[in-house]
Design a protein around this ligand. Structure first.
Ligand SMILES: Cc1ncc(C[n+]2csc(CCOP(=O)(O)OP(=O)(O)O)c2C)c(N)n1
Length: 575
C-alpha cells in the first residue's frame, strides 16, 4: 500500500465509525492540514458537514447544536492558532456538560518544535477542560490499525456523551500528501452497529443510603426543592411527582426547563429570585432542609439564602459525579439518577406543613402580579414578558449572559407553552453567545436570542453561519450602550473610572452590521412595534435583529423600584 492508500483507509474508517456511533453533524473550519478528515467528512453520505470560517464561532455553533440535539457534535480544524480558537467553547462545554468531539489536525512528529509553519504544541492543549485526550497514531491501514482507529472513534463518542457529558480531544498528525483517494474499494464497512458497545447504566442509591437520608428528613415540615440549570425536558415529570407527594415548593431556575410546559405548576415557584432579594423576607422564610437538582442556579439572592441557612440539611443530587457547590455549605452529595431519586423518595410519606407551602405559593403570586402590568416605556425586564407572549410552542429562548439571563430569571413566568430556555452558564462568558444560539437553531427550531450590546458585538462573526445556511434567528438586542450589569455593582458609586473601565459604551450602529449579513433590522419604538416585529420575524424567517435602546442608569432605578414594591407586599403578608 502506498501513502495515499494508508491515509484514505485510516481516515475513512475513523469517520465511518463516528457516524456508526451516532455522530450526524460535523462543523469544519477550513485549513490545509485537516484536508484528509475534511474531505472524508464531505464524502460520507450520512453526516452533515457545516463550514464555519472562524474557529471560535464554529466551536460555539457546534456547542449550540449539541445542546439542542442532546447528542455529540464533531468539530474539525487545522493546526496552530485555529485549534487555540476552540478554547472558550471547550471550556463552556466542559462546565455545562455538553458533548463535543474535538478533532485537530497537526504536523507529524518531525515537524514539531523545529519552527515549521503553523505548528504549535497541541498535545493536551485543552488541559483539564476535556474528558479525554488521545494523540492519534500516524495513518496506517493494516487491519490492526483500522481496528485501532475504529476503537478510538467509538470510545471518543462514548466518553463525550456519557456520565457527565463534555468535550473529548483527538489530535491527528498528518504527513503530506494530504488528499485521500475516494476511488479505492471498500472504504466504509457494511456493518450497521458501532465497533464497541457500551452499557453505562444509571447510578442508584442503596436502601441503606435512602434510609440515612429519610432519617434526617423525618418530622421536617419546611423543606424546599430547588432545580438549577439542566437540559433534560422530561425531568419535570419526575420532580413534580415528588413535589406533589410531599407538598413541597419547587424553586425553578429559568434554565431548569421546569417553568414552561403543560405540566402541573401549582408548586412551582419561579419568582423566588425576586422573593429572596429582600433580607427581611429571607429572615422570615427559613427552611429546615433543601434538596437541589441541576447546577447551581443563576440567582444571587438564592446564594445568600443558602449561606444564611448553612445549618439545615442540604442535599445535592448529581447523576454521576461532581462537586457543584460553591458556597461551602455543608452538603450531602447524592450520586444517582435524578429521576430515580424522585420516584424512590416519592414513596416515602413525607408532608410539608400546608402553611409553609401556601406561603411560598402566595409570595410567588405577588411577584407574578407585579410583572403582569407591562410598563408603558421600553424596559429591559418587560422585553422578556413581551417575547414570552409572542413565542410559539416548541420555541427556544436563548439567553445571553449578564443582565439578559437575570432578566429572564426575574420576568420569565411559568407558561403552558413548551419553550426551552438555554444559555451558556458553564463559564458565564459573554463570548460565543450569537454562535451558540444559531447552533440551537441549525436544525430548524425557532430560536429567539436575548442579548446585550457588548455580548452581541463580541460575537458578530457568528451571524455569518446563519446567513450562509439560511438559519432563522431572531435577536432581541438590548442596547444600553455598554455593560448594564455593572451599574448594579458597588463600583458604580465611584464615577471617576466607571465609564471607562466598566460602562464601556460602544457607540456603534448595529444596523449596518445586520445589513452586511443580509439580516432585517428594526429599531423598536414601542411594545406594539416590538410585537409586530417579533411576529414578522417568526413568519418570514431569516436573520432579524430587533434593537431596544435603554439607559443603564434608568434601568437600575426601575429594577430597584419594582423589587421594593415586591418586598413591601411580601413583608406586609408576612406581618
Ligand atoms: C468573555 C468575557 N469577557 C468579559 C466578561 C465580563 N463581563 C460580564 S458581563 C459584561 C458586560 C456585558 O454587557 P452586555 O452584553 O451589553 O450586557 P448588559 O450588562 O448590558 O446586560 C462583561 C464585560 C465575561 N463574562 N466574559
Amino acid at each position: 500500500m502506498n501513502h495515499t492508500e494508508h491515509l484514505t483507509y485510516y481516515v475513512a474508517n475513523f469517520v465511518d465509525e463516528l457516524v456508526k456511533c451516532g455522530i450526524e453533524d460535523v462543523v469544519i473550519s477550513p485549513g490545509s492540514r485537516s484536508t484528509p478528515l475534511a474531505l472524508t467528512f464531505a464524502e460520507h453520505s450520512k453526516i452533515q458537514h457545516w463550514v464555519n470560517l472562524d474557529e471560535r464561532s464554529a466551536a460555539f455553533f457546534a456547542l449550540g447544536m449539541a445542546k439542542e440535539q442532546q447528542k455529540a457534535v464533531a468539530i474539525l480544524c487545522t493546526s496552530g492558532t485555529a485549534a487555540a480558537n476552540y478554547y472558550p467553547a471547550i471550556v463552556e462545554a466542559h462546565l455545562s456538560q455538553v458533548p463535543l468531539v474535538v478533532l485537530t489536525a497537526d504536523r507529524p512528529q518531525e515537524l514539531r518544535d523545529v519552527g515549521a509553519p503553523q505548528a504549535i504544541d497541541q498535545i493536551k492543549m485543552y488541559g483539564s477542560f476535556v474528558k479525554w485526550y488521545h494523540e492519534m497514531a500516524m495513518p496506517e491501514a493494516e487491519n490492526q490499525m483500522l481496528s485501532y482507529v475504529r476503537s478510538i472513534a467509538a470510545r471518543a463518542v462514548f466518553e463525550a456523551e456519557n456520565q457527565n457529558a463534555g468535550p473529548v480531544h483527538l489530535n491527528f498528525p498528518f504527513r503530506e500528501p494530504l488528499v485521500p483517494d475516494f476511488t479505492l474499494p471498500d472504504l466504509w464497512q457494511d456493518s450497521i452497529s458501532g465497533y464497541h458497545s457500551y452499557y453505562p447504566g444509571n447510578k442508584v442509591v442503596s436502601n441503606v443510603q435512602v434510609e440515612a437520608i429519610i432519617e434526617q428528613l423525618e418530622n421536617k415540615k419546611k423543606g424546599l426543592i430547588i432545580c438549577g440549570p439542566q437540559m433534560d425536558p422530561t425531568f419535570r415529570d419526575s420532580i413534580f411527582l415528588l413535589a406533589s407527594k410531599w407538598n413541597i415548593p419547587v424553586l425553578a431556575d429559568p434554565l431548569s426547563q421546569l417553568r414552561a410546559g403543560e405540566h402541573d405548576k401549582s408548586l412551582l415557584i419561579e419568582g423566588y429570585d425576586s422573593i429572596l432579594k429582600s433580607k427581611k423576607v429571607r429572615d422570615k422564610v427559613k427552611p429546615d432542609f433543601i434538596i437541589r437538582f441541576g447546577a447551581m442556579p443563576v440567582s444571587k439572592p438564592y446564594l445568600f439564602f443558602l449561606k444564611e441557612n448553612r445549618g439545615v440539611p442540604h442535599f445535592v443530587i448529581e447523576p454521576d459525579a461532581g462537586h457543584r457547590e460553591p458556597t461551602m455549605t455543608k452538603t450531602q452529595f447524592v450520586y444517582c439518577d435524578p429521576h430515580e431519586f424522585c420516584h424512590r423518595f416519592a414513596n416515602y410519606p413525607m408532608q410539608m406543613e400546608q402553611s409553609w407551602t401556601s406561603l411560598w405559593v402566595t409570595m410567588n403570586e405577588i411577584v407574578r402580579k407585579q410583572w403582569e402590568n407591562v410598563s408603558p416605556t421600553l424596559t429591559e425586564g418587560h422585553a422578556v414578558t413581551i417575547m414570552q407572549r409572542a413565542m410559539d410552542n416548541d420555541h427556544i429562548l436563548f439567553t445571553g449572559n449578564s443582565m439578559p439571563v437575570r432578566d429572564v430569571d426575574t420576568f420569565f413566568m411559568s407558561t403552558n407553552k413548551d419553550i426551552k430556555v438555554f444559555g451558556n452558564r458553564g463559564a458565564n462568558g459573554i463570548d460565543g453567545i450569537v454562535s451558540t444560539a444559531i447552533g440551537t437553531a441549525s436544525h430548524g427550531r425557532k430560536v429567539t436570542l436575548l442579548i446585550g450590546d457588548l455580548s452581541f458585538y463580541h460575537d458578530l462573526n457568528g451571524l455569518l453561519v446563519a446567513n450562509q445556511y439560511n438559519i432563522d434567528i431572531t435577536v432581541v438586542l438590548i442596547n444600553n450602550n455598554g455593560g448594564g450589569i455593572f451599574s448594579f455593582l458597588p463600583q458604580a458609586e465611584d464615577k471617576s473610572h466607571f465609564e471607562v473601565l466598566f460602562g464601556t459604551p460602544l457607540n456603534l450602529s448595529f444596523e449596518k452590521v445586520v445589513d452586511m449579513y443580509g439580516g432585517h433590522y428594526a429599531n423598536i419604538t414601542s411594545w406594539e412595534h416590538f410585537e409586530k416585529e417579533l411576529k414578522l420575524a417568526y413568519q418570514t424567517g431569516g436573520i432579524h435583529v430587533l434593537e431596544i435602546n435603554t439607559n443603564r442608569d434608568e434601568n437600575v432605578i426601575w429594577h430597584r423600584e419594582e423589587w421594593a414594591i415586591i418586598e413591601q407586599n411580601i413583608v406586609t403578608l408576612l406581618g
